[in-house]
Write a protein that binds this ligand. Structure first.
Ligand SMILES: Cc1cc2nc3c(=O)[nH]c(=O)nc-3n(C[C@H](O)[C@H](O)[C@H](O)COP(=O)(O)OP(=O)(O)OC[C@H]3O[C@@H](n4cnc5c(N)ncnc54)[C@H](O)[C@@H]3O)c2cc1C
Length: 300
């Protein structure tokens, strides 16, 4: 009660909140506190309150790259997408945005301003913060191509970090190793282009996703990173695993690198299917498949 009161001063607080409501997999046990900070100062205070109370915390964007366990999380989930989602465009193509902003919305707003660079992101259902954390990408483009600098909350202060300090690689960034760093906002560099061309490119990419991805089912997008010189979906296809089921989890028949929550899957069902695919691919091809989707609140 005491903690709820303290947190409520700085944001909206849900108690015993099912994480299944906050992940695109629609899977996850309850968390003790789910908090939407009102602004940056509130975020800083919430971090202090968590620390003083001895509670662990975890940042959430839109939960579109997370497989949360079925267990309870005795901690505080901090979600930036409700309030910390402002964005601004400058005339020279600089876009400054808060981390909780939807990346799909940002791609559309960039198009309306006739700025090119975010077309690849128009079908990625996450926040700017989640995309910067993951180095989200598609069609041979990724966040690090357009990132100029990131506003990072770390060691009790907030500072701008340049993109070359952030160790970007394929679906990886320094944020994945620095567990206390919080992405508060970013500056992106976009380029002026013809608005109709940007719109057409976004439309064709959206159509391609609809044609090739199981967007009618809960998932977290591509489950595995592509290994060097191979496509994860092809390896899974060659195993004969298209449509393979464990419990309520299923390898999508439309796209074998998507594992979908077909029928009230538990996190354990999804994990069992992931583990089996990894084992079989290793046995058959000697290749280690690494997941793109992150497991959260799993006891190893
Ligand atoms: C249908 C579908 C299609 C997808 N297509 C693509 C695709 O084409 N390309 C691609 O790369 N991904 C894709 N994804 C995966 C996912 O959308 C991206 O990885 C996205 O960037 C995750 O953003 P999020 O806000 O949902 O992050 P979350 O899933 O909420 O969080 C992911 C990680 O980022 C951390 N994080 C989030 N915000 C912050 C912050 N402010 N500060 C510090 N850490 C933070 C979290 O703690 C967590 O570790 C797809 C997913 C789905 C469901």
């Amino acid at each position: 009660m005491e903690l709820e009161k303290k947190l409520s001063a700085y944001g909206d607080v849900e108690i015993n909140e099912p994480l299944a409501k906050h992940t695109t997999f629609r899977i996850g046990g309850n968390c003790a506190y789910f908090v939407y900070p009102k602004n940056q100062i509130a975020l800083m205070r919430i971090l202090d309150i968590a620390k003083n109370a001895g509670y662990p915390y975890k940042l959430f964007g839109k939960g579109s790259n997370l497989l949360c366990s079925d267990e309870e999380y005795h901690g505080i989930v901090i979600c930036l997408d409700r309030y910390m989602n402002d964005f601004y465009f400058e005339e020279d193509g600089v876009c400054v945005a808060q981390a909780g902003c939807s990346i799909i919305l940002l791609a559309h707003e960039a198009m309306k301003h006739s700025f090119s660079g975010l077309e690849f992101a128009c079908g990625i259902p996450g926040t700017l913060g989640g995309a910067i954390f993951m180095n989200a990408g598609a069609y041979k483009a990724s966040m690090s191509d357009i990132l100029q600098s990131v506003l990072v909350q770390k060691d009790g202060e907030c500072q701008w970090m340049e993109v070359d300090e952030l160790e970007y690689g394929y679906r990886s960034s320094r944020f994945q190793r620095e567990h206390d760093w919080i992405i508060v906002g970013a500056k992106l560099k976009l380029t002026k282009a013809d608005q109709q061309e940007i719109r057409d490119l976004m439309d064709s990419r959206r159509k391609r996703r609809l044609d090739t991805q199981p967007l009618d089912k809960p998932s977290a997008g591509s489950m595995f990173r592509n290994p060097e010189d191979a496509f994860a979906w092809e390896l899974i296809e060659k195993l004969g695993y298209r449509g393979k089921k464990i419990g309520g989890a299923m390898v999508s028949t439309k796209h074998p690198n998507f594992i979908i929550n077909e029928d009230n899957a538990s996190a354990k069902d999804i994990a069992a299917l992931v583990d089996e695919i990894q084992r079989k691919v290793k046995e058959a091809y000697g290749i280690e498949l690494h997941t793109e989707v992150e497991r959260f609140n799993w006891k190893i």
